[in-house]
Design a protein around this ligand. Sequence first.
Ligand SMILES: *Cc1c(COP(=O)(O)O)cnc(C)c1O
Length: 249
Amino acid sequence: MGRSEELRERLGAVRSRIDAACAAAGRDPHEVTLVAVTKFFPSADVEILAGLGVEHIGESRDQEAGEKVASLPASVRERLQVHFVGQLQRNKARRVAGYADVVHSVDRARLVSALDAGRVQARADGEVDGPLGVLLQVDLGEGEQAGRGGVAPADLDALAGAVAEAEQLRLRGVMAIAPLGLDEAGVRSAFDRLAALGERIRHTAGTGPEREATWMSAGMSGDLEVAVAAGATHLRVGSAILGSRPDPR
Ligand SMILES: *Cc1c(COP(=O)(O)O)cnc(C)c1O
């Protein structure tokens, strides 16, 4: 089987899982955006996926992502939204702000200011137009349990306020990775907490544009059904579509 056929089959299977999860949750599949996480896979795969109707790709490693996006034909690039979903260092913020449409992994105020300054510069340099979408990554670990990155819920409102004040950032909502080692009920309860935190930042934001921060990015290859049930609007699915990666991250 060629790579195109393989990706078509795997993507079809993931779309069927999403449709079934939406049906079970009484949700409209149009409310749920599939972000195909293409890290470790070549731009040729991105082109195949775009040809199969994928409109959103996710990347988590800056250098790889920048090169891959730059190598896409303009006709493919302009039909794709690029989501940066990985941990991000401040010194990479300028570069990411020059090719990403959305960053899912904003977890500290110093990254907010670096991304904002980076976007201002990227616009001045003609690399992008329009502001950068931002999701706040929340740490859903509790008690003994190790979280998997993100701002502590107690610090979330202050971080949302920092994004609201940034000139070239638009707050879109919240993101999380389920803590390791939970059973399905535990993952569901973690994602329910994330949904409540998303609600909280919209409420705290009052009448500002942050009330439109309606996105909830949760759910990966192994737990997308649980995320749909909990109200996720964006699923970040890698290995179920692309196959297993060389690195188990
Ligand atoms: C790699 C990655 C994914 C995709 O994970 P899969 O289990 O392969 O679906 C989702 N979110 C983030 C932040 C990632 O780094």
